[in-house]
Design a binder for this molecule. Structure first.
Ligand code: PMP
Length: 384
């Protein structure tokens, strides 16, 4: 035990020395635009609840009704006795909204990426992942006996160069549509064209596009080619929890049989399923909220850049202030908190070396006053 503790302490000390130690903060109450920590109310710019749906009355009402009807848990896997009818309603809604033959709900986005990519490796897949893909994608691709490589971020020329070198028949291009930490957007049309030309399949993670982008708010990719697999989450813009795959019918059947993160896990609680279903009803109608959210994000970016900060290639509701240095990122995060604004410093390895940052995520329910306050505090820090 002593040896183990020493090993742990050595690793943690290394992280602490690099100003990289992750620590949990206790939260008393949470909303998309407000957070209560140690009894202090702060404006929250660190939530992925992009539409504020986690507090929406319809989601709450449906969740409560589902508890009354079914109970709080569904203690079995879907393949055993947990496949509540709610699942099928959600899946047919997702397939309709995404324009795919089928859809499959998973417990979490992390589990989805990990286990779907692992399952695809049983079809001799070789993965070409964007360098900035989420950890769950990279881990899933790594489970494929190293049949993967990474292309320079959003760089079609680099992707082409790598594809030219690979003669495998089942090549998969893997990307996020809206990147979680940089808030920039993948060149989806170019990727679709390239995939067609080179006979590749596409795997697109829409976690941060869901709720915010697309005609019906369900992301940037719809009516995809049959060989495309789209992944999305319900725990961000949908205000609930869980994830989905939208794909062809044969792919769905394949995943039900081969995706370990689907097979060997407990079904989602009924309240979660009911709130997802409610979110899917509301999101297509929230056109003006989406437009306003993206306009506010653009205005915030402009203001932040005018102060002198660098927001990189952000083009969405995720606006990162790139600082490069861990200490600087931590110091700005602390200053913001002292001034009643909550935004976390994001450091390597979550983001690449020397790109520590403050990640700001906006929600449709932030007020103009919230945004003005943020800009004022940032301006004061920059001037100090
Ligand atoms: N993909 C991306 C791009 C993400 O940002 C996240 C969550 N941070 C996930 C997948 C995982 O989703 P979940 O939180 O539902 O596990």
């Amino acid at each position: 035990m002593e040896v183990l503790n020493t090993q742990i302490q050595t690793l943690l000390a290394r992280k602490e020395q690099a100003l990289n130690l992750r620590q949990l903060k206790s939260i008393n109450a949470l909303q998309a635009s407000e957070i209560l920590i140690n009894g202090n109310k702060l404006i929250n710019f660190a939530s992925n609840d992009y539409l504020g749906l986690s507090q929406h009355p319809l989601l709450k009402e449906r969740a409560i009704k589902a508890i009354e009807q079914y109970g709080v848990g569904c203690p079995s896997s879907r393949l055993i006795s947990g496949n509540l009818e709610l699942y099928e309603q959600i899946e047919s809604n997702i397939a309709r909204l995404k324009g795919t033959q089928a859809a499959l709900v998973f417990p979490t986005g992390f589990q989805t990426n990990l286990s779907v990519l692992q399952a695809l490796s049983k079809l001799n897949a070789f993965f070409f992942c964007d360098k900035l893909c989420h950890n769950s994608i990279l881990l899933g691709a790594q489970l494929s006996n190293k049949a993967f490589t990474r292309f320079a971020h959003n760089n079609i020329a680099d992707l082409k160069r790598l594809l030219d070198k690979e003669s495998n028949k089942n090549n998969w291009i893997v990307t996020e549509s809206v990147f979680s930490m940089d808030g920039d957007i993948a060149c989806i049309d170019n990727l679709r064209n390239l995939a067609k030309k080179t006979n590749c399949h596409l795997y697109i993670d829409e976690a941060h596009a869901t709720g915010v982008f697309g005609k019906n708010g369900m992301g940037l990719v719809s009516n995809p080619e049959k060989t495309t697999v789209i992944m999305g989450t319900f725990g961000k813009g949908c205000g609930s929890f869980g994830a989905y795959i939208a794909c062809s019918k044969p792919m769905r059947d394949f995943l039900v049989n081969y995706a370990a993160g689907f097979i060997y896990t407990t079904a989602l609680p009924p309240a979660v399923l009911a709130s997802i279903q409610a979110a899917l009803e509301i999101i297509p109608q929230m056109v003006s909220q989406r437009q306003e959210l993206l306009q506010t994000s653009a205005r915030l970016r402009d203001e932040i850049n005018q102060i002198g900060f660098n927001t990189g290639q952000s083009n969405s509701q995720i606006v990162s202030i790139l600082l490069g240095d861990n200490e600087l990122a931590l110091s700005l995060s602390q200053y913001l908190e002292e001034n009643k604004i909550y935004a976390r410093a994001i450091r390597p390895p979550t983001v690449p070396e020397n790109t520590a940052r403050i990640r700001l995520s906006l929600s449709a329910i932030h007020s103009n006053l919230d945004i003005e306050r943020l800009i004022t505090v940032l301006r004061n820090w920059y001037a100090s």
